[in-house]
Ligand binder design. Sequence first.
Ligand code: DAH
Length: 339
Amino acid sequence: MREALEKIKQIAKKELMDAQDIKSLDNLRVKYLGKKGELTNILKQMGKLSSEERPVMGQIANQVKTEIENALDASLVTLKEKAMNAKLLSEKIDVTMPGKPSPMGNKHPLNVVLDEIEEIFLGMGFSIVDGPEVEYDYYNFEALNLPPDHPARDTQDTFYITDKIMLRSQTSPVQVREMEKTTPPIRIIAPGTVYRSDEVDATHSPFFHQIEGLVVDKNITMANLRWTLDTFVKKMYGNDAQIRFRPHHFPFTEPSAEVDVMCFNCHGKGCRLCKGEGWIEILGAGMVNPKVLINAGIDPEVYSGFAFGMGLERIVMRKYAVDDIRLFYDNDVRFLKQF
Ligand code: DAH
C-alpha cells in the first residue's frame, strides 16, 4: 500500500505539472481526489489493515493527499497567470497606431444663416414663433387683405389642397394668427417654409423659406421699422451696411416698401453681385394695414404695427455668392461642406 501511495503521488504530481489548462486540472482533481478517485480507492482499503499498520498508513495517505492538493493549487495559480497573460497579449492596444477619422457633419448653409438671423432678432427682444405650412386660404390671403381677384391668388402661383386649404405661399399668415392669439405688445419673427408653384430654375424653387417679422404696440411708426431693419443689416453685414426704402405695394401693409441693402461687395459702385445696381433688394416691409389689424381683432385706433418679410435663400445666396438656388436642395456634400 505504501508503494501504491508513493506511485500515485509521483504520477499525480507529474500529470499536474504537465496540465495545459484549467479544465484538464479539474479532470485531474476528480481523477485523484474525487469520490471514485484513485487515492480515495486506496483509502477505502484501510479497513483491511492491522491496527498497528492503520495509523502509519493513514499518516502517509494524508501526506500524499496534502501534497497532491498543494500541487493542484500551485498548478492552478500558474495556469491562471498563463491565461491572463495570453488574454492581455491578445487584447493589446497599440496606442501609436493612427486613429480612424469619423466624418463630421456640418450645418446646412440655410440653417447657418437662419441661426444668425434668429440670434440678431432675439437680441432685439423678439420671440420666434411658428405657423402651419398647410394653411387656410383665410389666413394666407383673405385676412391679409388680399382680395379674391388678386393676382397672387392665381392657382398658377399657389398649391391648393381644397378651395379653402392650401400650402402657404408666404409666412405672413403667421402675423394674423399671432395677433388673434395675443394682445400687444407683439414682437415676433416667424421663420418657415413656403410653397409656390413656380418652375424650377437658378432663382426659383417650388418651396423656399421666409422670415416674417411683426411688431404691434402703441405708437409704432415707420421710424421704428427703419431702426429695426437698419440694426438688423448692420449686425448681419457689418457696421458700414446701409439700407434704403423704395415705395412698393403690398395689400397687407400701408404704406409699403421694398428694402435694399447697399451691395457689400462694391459698396454702391455696381458690380456683378448686385448686377451693376449698387443695391440689393433683401425684403418687403411696411406699416400693418389697419384692415389687417381689424381682421385679427386689434383696434387700429389704439395700436399700430410694422411688418417685414424676407426670403432666406436670397439672403444666403447673396451672402455667399451662390448663383443657383437648387444647390441648397441637391444635398451635394461637396457644396454643403463649404459652410
Ligand atoms: N409676404 C411677402 C411676400 O411673400 C413679403 C412681405 C412683404 C412680408 C411685406 C411682409 C411685408 O410682412 O410687410 O412677398
